[in-house]
Design a binder for this molecule. Structure first.
Ligand SMILES: C[S@@+](CC[C@H](N)C(=O)[O-])C[C@H]1O[C@@H](n2cnc3c(N)ncnc32)[C@H](O)[C@@H]1O
Length: 493
């Protein structure tokens, strides 16, 4: 089944976007109007309350009913509230359809940061070319994207275009590809709604449309789900098991300029207890350094349940889908499914691989933090020797936060400390009394060895007893980007 995609006339898009802006159709405005704290997309069951809270006077409630709450609005109310010019623009863009005496929205429109993003309405029996909105993996990908100025960027599998529009802010030109023509129509509409003019849309499968080209940045949130189906282009690659992730990770380095970064969301069949093992083999010999952020590992039932939530409304269909997926996982011997985002950087020489669990806590744009992780990993490779680390001057990064708390014991209180970051990736490290005083003294003014000597003197501890724990802390601080090297040890001849 194919449904009509919206159009992308620039003048009409500018007119419509101005109407949304003037109405206060922003994340903040909608949260306040809907009385919600987080996501502005209410689940269907919450609609009656959302509609009552919203009221019905003014442009914001009308736009929210049409484009968020999937509620028809009487035609005369739409015209009176939004004005004929705005209504004509919405109509030109095919964002509204008339149904007897009322209008309904044909798309969902959600503010993402300061962008307005259109996607298909969620619908039972969604067609294969359904264009999804911005989801958690989209946000994980965009948060972990390195946002340096580049001349050319590629967004592979652009869907609604969110990654391309974000990349367009720091790339002179962005090429956005998708095999789904409706997705390209949505991406074009979203570019027009947001006044973005440096995104070129190309139809075709994976890297086919950019054969022979290279980019300073590649981003991709591909259909990585390990799935037995080919029901949705946005979810199912049809390649079986985790082949789509493996193949794209294998090909991506060939499309990067030297020094270029690529960020891709991936999924893999986890064998054994080390969640990082499989992607590590994918990047071996790729000519790229790699940082893997492991987001989750789940069992077959959880995967089958979550990836079929669209069928939740029909219990029988949902149960049948879950069973079909479980059968597939069983027949393939898949017991654990892992997810993550992989950041690659093309570089000559011996590449390194680092990886950690991505904490499931609120996170903002982490570009600066990701760059720091790469820079620190380079240093750890170059200066692996203990003496080099002891001779380096380390400083905690601005925004590092040390929290202390006290735990009541039978016979008194025990103090505990945790190191975190106010910005970037919300890594945390537990500290004890020694490590807390050690990190607090790291201000970049003197070598690590001197800081350890001071602490040893102050606590009347033999200095050699602090060497190993100190070095462990230094490696961890650099590994997780809590600290930077302000000065290196002078090289000895
Ligand atoms: C999970 S969605 C990601 C959309 C968007 N980039 C984001 O981050 O939210 C995956 C996208 O990949 C597209 N896709 C699926 N198979 C593809 C293929 N063979 N070549 C290119 N794109 C493909 C889908 O149409 C869909 O738009």
């Amino acid at each position: 089944m194919e449904s009509e995609a919206p159009a992308a006339g620039r003048r009409a898009a500018a007119r419509a976007a101005a109407a949304f802006r003037t109405a206060g159709y922003t994340r903040q405005g909608l949260r306040a109007a809907l009385g919600v704290g987080g996501d502005v997309i209410a689940r269907r069951g919450h609609r009656p309350v959302a509609l009552r809270r919203l009221g019905d006077s003014g442009p914001l409630p009308v736009l929210a009913r049409l484009f968020l709450l999937e509620t028809a609005v009487p035609a005369d109310e739409v015209e009176r509230t939004l004005g004929t010019e705005t209504l004509a623009a919405l109509d030109d863009l095919r964002l509204v359809a008339r149904d007897g005496g009322s209008f309904h929205g044909t798309v969902r429109l959600v503010p993402q940061g300061d962008l307005l993003i259109a996607s298909d309405l969620p619908d039972a029996g969604e067609p294969i070319d359904h264009v999804a909105g911005v989801h958690r993996p989209s946000v994980t990908l965009s948060d972990l994207t390195v946002r340096r100025p580049v001349s050319r960027a590629l967004d592979l599998g652009t869907g609604c275009g969110i990654q391309a529009l974000l990349a367009a802010r720091h790339a002179e030109r962005v090429v956005a590809t998708d095999v789904n023509e409706r997705a390209l129509a949505f991406a074009a509409l979203n570019a027009a709604l947001n006044g973005v003019e440096n995104v070129e849309l190309r139809p075709g499968s994976f890297f086919e449309p950019v054969a022979g080209e290279t980019f300073g940045l590649v981003v991709s949130n591909p259909p990585y789900v390990i799935s037995p189906e080919t029901a949705y282009l946005f979810r199912d690659s049809g390649l079986g098991r985790d082949r789509v992730s493996e193949e794209l990770v294998g090909e991506l380095p060939g499309f990067l300029e030297p020094g270029g970064f690529g960020t891709i969301t991936v999924s893999w069949v986890q064998e054994g207890d080390d969640p990082l093992a499989t992607p590590r083999t994918w990047v071996a010999g790729s000519g790229c350094d790699a940082w893997l952020f492991h987001t989750a590992t789940e069992g077959p039932l959880d995967a089958a349940a979550v990836w079929n939530l669209d069928r939740e409304g029909d219990e029988e269909a949902y149960a049948a889908a879950v069973d079909r997926w479980l059968d597939y996982y069983r027949s393939e011997g898949i017991e654990r499914l892992a997810y993550g985002a992989l950041v690659l950087r093309r570089r000559d020489g011996d590449p390194w691989f680092h990886g950690r669990e991505l904490p499931d806590r609120e996170r903002q744009d982490s570009s600066a933090h990701v760059l720091r992780l790469f820079e620190n990993a380079d240093r750890l490779e170059r200066h692996a020797a203990d003496d080099a680390l002891l001779g380096a001057s380390l400083a905690l990064v601005p925004g590092a936060v040390v929290e202390s708390r006290a735990r009541r014991l039978e016979d008194g209180w025990e103090e505990e400390w945790a190191l975190g970051l106010a910005e970037g990736i919300p890594f945390m490290a537990e500290l004890d009394r020694f490590t807390a005083s050690f990190v607090a003294a790291l201000d970049g003014s003197r070598p690590v060895g001197d800081v350890l000597a001071e602490l040893a003197a102050a606590s009347e501890t033999p200095p050699e007893r602090l060497r190993e724990p100190g070095l462990r802390v230094v490696r961890e601080l650099l590994e997780l980007g809590f600290a930077t090297v302000e000065a290196e040890a002078p090289r000895t001849a």
